[in-house]
Design a protein around this ligand. Structure first.
Ligand code: HEM
Length: 455
C-alpha cells in the first residue's frame, strides 16, 4: 500500500515547509527533521518536493543498482551550467560519462596513488612551512589551500601558488560564488521575481564563469606549450587519448568540463574532511597523543613512504569517524529505473527520486546510542562487521560513487599524520563547532594556535 510521508507540521500555501527552514543550513535542518520525523520524510520548498531518506534499510533499497541510478537533484542539475557532462554532473546514460569513467578510472586505483604520493607529501611539507611563519591559523582556509594545491599539481601539474600568495587564490572565491549561485538559482524558481532578485548576481556569475574558463585555458595552454605526454597526469591522459583517437577520447569541450569538475570535486570535500578530523583531534588531547604515538611508531620522524601511509590505522579511523559525523558531500539522489517499492511499502514510479541524507544515515540506530559523539572505535574491524555495509556511505554508491576516494584518503592520511608528527595545536576552548553549508560541509571560524612540536 502507498503511504503518505511524514512532513514538518506547519505547512504554508505556495511556500510549503519553509517555517523553521534556514536558507544557509538545509542539511543541518534536515538532520534535525530526520530525528523528529523518522527514516523517510517529505519536504516541500517553493514548489520543489524532496523525499529525504536516512534509514539504513531504505537506503539499501535505493542503492540497489538494478532498480535505481544516480539522479541529478535540482541543486546538482543547476551545476550543469558549470560542469556540463563532466563526470559529476553527467547523466548516467550520457555517452561521455562512460567514456570518461573508463578513461580516468585507472588513474584512481589504490596502486595509482603511488604516482601522486611524493607531490602530496611535498604539499603537506609546504603547509608546515606556512604554519611555521604564524602562530594562529584558520584551519578550513589552510586545508582548502592545501587540497587545491594538491589536486592542481597532481592532476594538472599546475600550481595555484597557494602558500606563497597573501590572499586566497581568486579561483576559490569564484568557484564558491558560482557553486552557491547556480544551486540557488535552480531551486528558487518564482516567475519574474527570481529574475529580478538574481539580476546582479547573474551578472556576477557570468564574470565568475568567465574567470574560471580563463584558468582552464591557462592550464590547457601551459600544457600544450610544454608538450603533451611528458607528465602522465590526468590532463595528459585526456589530451593524449584525444590526440591518438583512443576509443574513450573526450572532445575539447568535455575535457574542459572534466578539468573544472576535478578541480572542484577534488578539493572542497577533502578539505572539509581534514578540518573536521582536526577539530575532533584538537579537542581530545588523549586521542591526539595516541594518534601521534602511532605516527611515531609507523612513520618515525621522516615523511612517510607510500607503504607506510596506510599503516596508521588509528589515523584512518579518525578520518572515517569524521566523515561519519560530517560526510562533507552530504547527500546523493537516486532515481527509480522501474516501478518499485522501498522499505515497507513506499512506492516509487519510474523516474521518481529520493535524496539520501548521508549524515542522517550515519546516525541511524544501527550506530548505537550517542550517535553525535565522536568515537573512532566505531571503525575497529569487529564493530564494522557488526553493522550492515550500507550504513556508511560518505563516498556515495555504485557506479557513480566517488572516483577520488583513494585519492582523498591517501592525501588526508598524509596531512593528518604530518601535522601530528610535527606540530602542537591549541584550540580556542570557547569555540563550538559551526558548520557552513555550500555544496559541501565545512567547519567555519575554527582557528587554532600552532607551534612546533615540543620534544
Ligand atoms: C562523486 C564524496 C573526494 C572526484 C562523489 C560522490 C560523493 C563524493 C558522495 C557521489 C555523488 C553523487 O552520487 O551524486 C567525496 C568525499 C570526498 C571526495 C566525501 C573527500 C573526502 C574526491 C576527490 C576527487 C573526487 C579527491 C578527485 C580527485 C569525484 C568525481 C565524482 C565524485 C569525479 C563523480 C563520479 C561519477 O559520477 O562518475 N564524491 N568525494 N572526489 N567525486 Fe568525490
Amino acid at each position: 500500500p502507498d503511504v503518505s510521508l511524514p512532513h514538518p507540521p506547519r505547512r504554508l500555501p505556495v511556500l510549503g515547509d519553509v517555517l523553521g527552514v534556514h536558507v544557509a543550513t538545509p542539511v543541518q535542518d534536515s538532520i534535525r527533521l530526520a530525528r523528529e520525523l523518522g527514516p523517510i520524510f517529505e519536504r516541500v520548498v517553493l514548489g520543489n518536493r524532496f523525499v529525504v531518506v536516512s534509514g539504513v534499510d531504505l537506503v539499501a533499497d535505493l542503492n540497489d543498482e538494478t532498480r535505481f541510478t544516480k539522479h541529478l537533484a535540482p541543486a546538482v542539475a543547476g551545476l550543469r551550467s558549470i560542469g556540463g557532462d563532466g563526470l559529476f554532473t553527467a547523466y548516467s546514460d550520457e555517452p561521455n560519462w562512460r567514456k570518461a569513467h573508463d578513461l580516468l578510472r585507472p588513474a584512481f586505483t589504490q596502486a595509482a596513488m603511488r604516482t601522486y604520493h611524493d607531490t602530496m607529501v611535498r604539499v603537506a611539507g609546504e603547509l608546515l612551512s606556512h604554519w611555521r611563519t604564524r602562530d594562529r591559523v584558520d584551519v578550513s582556509a589552510d586545508m582548502t589551500k592545501l587540497t587545491l594545491e594538491t589536486i592542481g599539481r597532481t592532476a594538472f601539474s599546475y600550481s595555484f601558488d597557494s602558500f606563497t600568495r597573501t590572499e586566497r587564490h581568486p579561483f576559490v572565491g569564484a568557484m564558491v560564488r558560482t557553486l552557491t549561485h547556480n544551486q540557488r538559482r535552480a531551486v528558487i524558481k518564482v516567475p519574474v521575481l527570481s529574475d529580478l532578485w538574481f539580476r546582479d548576481r547573474d551578472r556576477r556569475n557570468e564574470q565568475d564563469k568567465a574567470y574560471l574558463a580563463r584558468v582552464i585555458d591557462d592550464i590547457v595552454r601551459t600544457r600544450r606549450d610544454h608538450g603533451v605526454g611528458a607528465e602522465n597526469d590526468l590532463l595528459d591522459i585526456m589530451l593524449t587519448a584525444a590526440r591518438d583517437a583512443d576509443p574513450n577520447a573526450l572532445d575539447e569541450v568535455n575535457i574542459r568540463h572534466q578539468i573544472l569538475t576535478f578541480l572542484i570535486a577534488g578539493h572542497e570535500t577533502t578539505s572539509g574532511a581534514l578540518s573536521f578530523a582536526l577539530y575532533y583531534l584538537s579537542r581530545d588531547p588523549e586521542l591526539w597523543e595516541r594518534a601521534r604515538a602511532e605516527i611515531d611508531e609507523v612513520w618515525g620522524d621522516e615523511p612517510p613512504t607510500f607503504e607506510r601511509v596506510a599503516k596508521a590505522r588509528l589515523v584512518r579511523r579518525i578520518l572515517d569517524e569524521a566523515l561519519r559525523l560530517w560526510p562533507t558531500a552530504p547527500g546523493y539522489a537516486r532515481e527509480a529505473l522501474t516501478d518499485t517499492e522501498i522499505g515497507n511499502g513506499y512506492r516509487m514510479r519510474t523516474g521518481d527520486w529520493a535524496m539520501v541524507l548521508i549524515p542522517g544515515l550515519h546516525r541511524d540506530p544501527v550506530w548505537g546510542e550517542n550517535t553525535d559523539e565522536f568515537d573512532p572505535d566505531r571503525f575497529l574491524s569487529a564493530a564494522v562487521r557488526s553493522r550492515p555495509a550500507q550504513a556508511y556511505k560518505p563516498f556515495g554508491t555504485g557506479e557513480r560513487a566517488c572516483i577520488g576516494r583513494q585519492f582523498a584518503l591517501h592525501e588526508a592520511m598524509i596531512v593528518l599524520g604530518t601535522v601530528l608528527q610535527n606540530v602542537d595545536v591549541r584550540p580556542d576552548p570557547d569555540y563550538r563547532l559551526r558548520v557552513e553549508e555550500r555544496l559541501t560541509l565545512m567547519p567555519t571560524g575554527f582557528e587554532v594556535q600552532v607551534s612546533p612540536r615540543a620534544r
